[in-house]
Design a protein around this ligand. Structure first.
Ligand SMILES: [Zn+2]
Length: 488
């Protein structure tokens, strides 16, 4: 860019060199030619100097003023993070006297301005851009006096961008996701963000209080989406959550889970890789394990994907425990997602930037008894390696569980008492993204050919657990709904 200061330095040597040349007669012709040659750049330099400064008007300041005008119209409740709202409110307060009464500046006319972010309307609230707020969702299924609203954290960015929804603890005993949402949400800076993040740390508050995977009617909430207005309690809760929070508010969805029923998982994504949009979305979370799975019917991610919202499940760790490495691995993946969607840059370095796609198989125990493992999560194993053994404590007989393939242990059961056929080790074999996608598409084709074999989970009394059902029978129902080892 040209600057006025520079033009003075350009004119001075032009002028002095021309005068010097005229004093020497021998150099007369040379001087004339030189003067002509120099005249053009000198004239340009002078002309440039006389032009007004080319500094563009400041569209940012006009945008700022306009946004301030908007935000003053809506005064919201205090955010749970005093640092975020504290500084944000202060900033607005100092500008309000100048902006609320002043007419729009004339310089704004004809200037291309950045798109203005509108207030976010959610759960009867209107959140101005650049703010963090805690809202509350009430499923309204308990009687009013004991109903406890579920907190919903919202960081609505100052600048335009996608809306990402994070949901955790749809299964009340899966704690890692709760901590992931907390860590991620409270590091967001809405005043700098491009887009919005909506985080629900504990969807199933009812189950969380009882340290249970299920709702108080012992149904699995993650089998009832998108729900029904007039169905069972679970179905109505699912309906309320899906329609008040997910529908129309999420451009992307990540549902956070852990391994179920005494199993633990390496941080991994479950995604419908036969769906092109979901496939692309699954590549945004950095160097993480990606597995294909459409998800059982009734899961939140499947219902969201069916609605056209790219949705994935992020699994990390096991139930009823908070595990630092699982939480950290999950948060790292979510930070990478926000960076790749250009919502907020991450300060961390992702060692392995590309995800690794796996074909996976569960290895089952052929004997009931006490399971003791020889391997750990993340270990690399070869075909024929002993993974662990199951021993009958009464007859003192036992058998080894041997790996039928080479790969990586991406999920496994904790040491426990198991029955014959128990899925103990989840082994992943690395594939290229293209191979994984092809495999997923073939699976979808086979599935549609065998139409009718895909189970549906109607919300009717035939499939719902009876009041006298025990936890064991719930497990059975869960197993029939897509296999508990892959339950999410
Ligand atoms: Zn789960």
């Amino acid at each position: 860019m040209f600057s006025p200061e520079k033009s003075y330095f350009s004119i001075a040597p032009c002028f002095s060199f021309t005068c010097f040349s005229f004093r020497r007669s021998r150099l007369k012709y040379f001087a004339l030619i030189t003067a002509f040659l120099l005249a053009t750049p000198c004239a340009v330099a002078v002309a440039s100097k006389e032009q007004p400064s080319s500094t563009p008007p400041a569209p940012q300041s006009t945008d700022q003023e306009r946004t301030d005008l908007e935000t003053t119209d809506v005064e919201k409740t205090a955010s749970p993070d005093p640092q975020v709202t504290g500084s944000d409110s202060t900033e607005r307060d100092t500008k309000e006297p100048e902006t609320t009464e002043a007419p729009p500046p004339e310089s704004q006319q004809g200037v291309e301005t950045a798109p203005v972010v509108e207030n976010l309307s959610l759960l009867n609230a209107s959140i101005p851009p650049g703010q963090f707020q805690t809202l509350y969702w009430s499923p309204g299924q308990s009687f009013a006096s004991i109903d406890t609203p579920v907190p919903v954290l919202v960081a609505h960015g100052k600048n335009p961008g996608p809306r990402v929804c994070l949901t955790a603890a749809i299964h009340g005993d899966e704690l890692n996701g709760i901590e992931m949402v907390r860590r991620l949400m409270y590091q967001l800076e809405p005043v700098k963000m491009n887009g919005t993040v909506i985080g629900v740390p504990i969807v199933n508050l009812d189950g969380f209080r009882r340290a249970s995977r299920y709702l108080s009617d012992r149904r699995d909430l993650n089998r009832y989406f998108p729900g029904s207005e007039n169905g069972s309690a679970a179905s109505r809760i699912a309906y309320s959550f899906f329609n008040k929070i997910i529908r129309g508010n999420c451009d992307f969805l990540v549902d956070l889970h852990t391994g179920s029923l005494k199993r633990t998982n390496l941080p991994q994504i479950r995604a419908d890789l036969s769906n092109e949009t979901v496939f692309e979305f699954s590549r945004h979370l950095g160097g993480i394990t990606v597995l294909h799975g459409r998800g059982s019917e009734g899961t939140l991610r499947r219902a969201a994907t069916d609605l056209g919202i790219p949705a994935i499940t992020l699994e990390s760790g096991g139930p009823n425990s908070l595990d630092e490495s699982s939480v950290d691995g999950g948060v790292k993946a979510l930070e990478t997602l926000l960076q790749n969607l250009d919502i907020q840059p991450t300060v961390r370095f992702w060692g392995t930037p590309q995800p690794v796609f796996y074909h996976s198989e569960w290895v089952r125990s052929d004997q009931g008894g006490i399971l003791m493992s020889d391997v750990e999560l993340g270990d690399t194993v070869r075909e024929g390696d002993v993974l662990g053994r199951v021993v009958d404590p009464v007859s003192n007989t036992g058998s080894d569980i041997v790996s039928p393939l080479s790969g990586k242990i991406i999920g496994m059961a904790f040491n426990q008492v198991v029955q014959t056929g128990f899925a103990a080790y989840h082994i992943g074999e690395a594939k290229t993204p293209e191979e994984a996608k092809e495999e997923a598409q073939e699976e979808l084709k086979e599935e549609s050919q065998e139409s009718g074999s895909v189970q549906s989970y109607p919300d009717d009394p035939e499939t719902a657990p009876a009041p006298e059902d025990t936890e064991a029978s719930m497990k059975k129902i869960s197993d029939s709904e897509g296999g508990s080892e892959n339950a999410e």
